[in-house]
Design a binder for this molecule. Structure first.
Ligand SMILES: O=C(O)C(=O)C[C@H](O)[C@H](O)COP(=O)(O)O
Length: 220
């Protein structure tokens, strides 16, 4: 059996926490990416939820070649193609549909689709995937649900995202089937509006410290 992790798993091993960021302007996006990177979180998910998101993603990729900037909220093939053209290094979706899966297989980009239930997870496994976003993590059962998945699905690994805070992060990162977690708590809108990049860097530093201390420790 091969022991080399897939490109997706290698990417998710780079940092314990993936900040989820919704850009309001290109200038802001570059500052946010730089602050998160300085704070020790090089893997960043940019949600395609605002008209400026693709331009922001492209500018972040150009400004920070050492960071790993991906696209989130990718809902269909058009989004997937646009994300790839903008230079995304990975693609995240809140869910998984047959059409999205077909779009993903037309690209070489690591793809992290979302699942919430056993049946959705089984559909993903049937399609040959083994690594998923667990979304929305907190409302869908949190760490208890992930522990329950570990029994029937020992091969599956997760990046839980949705409703996670710096306080609940360690509980997720201790689980043996969690590779990393995602969240928007690192880019609070008020802090961004105030241009408080030192504050963003501080939140990243705190999350990186918590994450690196806890990740995989309990192997629960
Ligand atoms: O749309 C996507 O592809 C996403 O990635 C959704 C995000 O993961 C959540 O919106 C983040 O959830 P919060 O940390 O609770 O804000």
């Amino acid at each position: 059996m091969s022991t080399i992790p897939s490109p997706l798993r290698q990417l998710l091993a780079l940092a314990p926490v993936i900040p989820v960021y919704t850009p309001q302007s290109v200038g802001e996006a570059v500052q946010v990416a730089a602050a998160l990177h300085r704070g020790g979180l090089p893997v960043i998910e940019v949600t395609l939820r605002t008209p400026v998101a693709l331009a922001a993603l492209e500018a972040m990729v150009k400004a920070l070649p050492d960071a790993v900037i991906g696209a989130g909220t990718v809902l269909d093939g058009l989004h997937f193609d646009a994300a790839a053209r903008a230079g995304a290094r990975f693609v995240v979706s809140p869910g998984l549909t047959p059409r999205l899966l077909a779009a993903a297989s037309a690209h070489a980009l690591p793809f992290l689709p979302g699942v919430q239930s056993a049946s959705e997870l089984m559909a993903g496994l049937e399609a040959g995937l083994d690594t998923f976003k667990f979304f929305p993590a907190a409302p869908a059962g949190g760490t208890a649900m992930l522990r329950a998945f570990a029994g029937p699905f020992p091969q599956a690994r997760f990046c839980p995202t949705g409703g996670i805070t710096v306080e609940t992060a360690p509980g997720y990162l201790r689980l043996g089937n969690v590779l990393c977690i995602g969240g928007s708590w690192l880019t609070p809108r008020a802090m961004l509006a105030a241009g408080d990049w030192v504050g963003v860097e501080g939140l990243a530093r705190q999350a990186a410290a918590v994450g690196n201390e806890k990740r995989g420790t309990g192997n629960e």
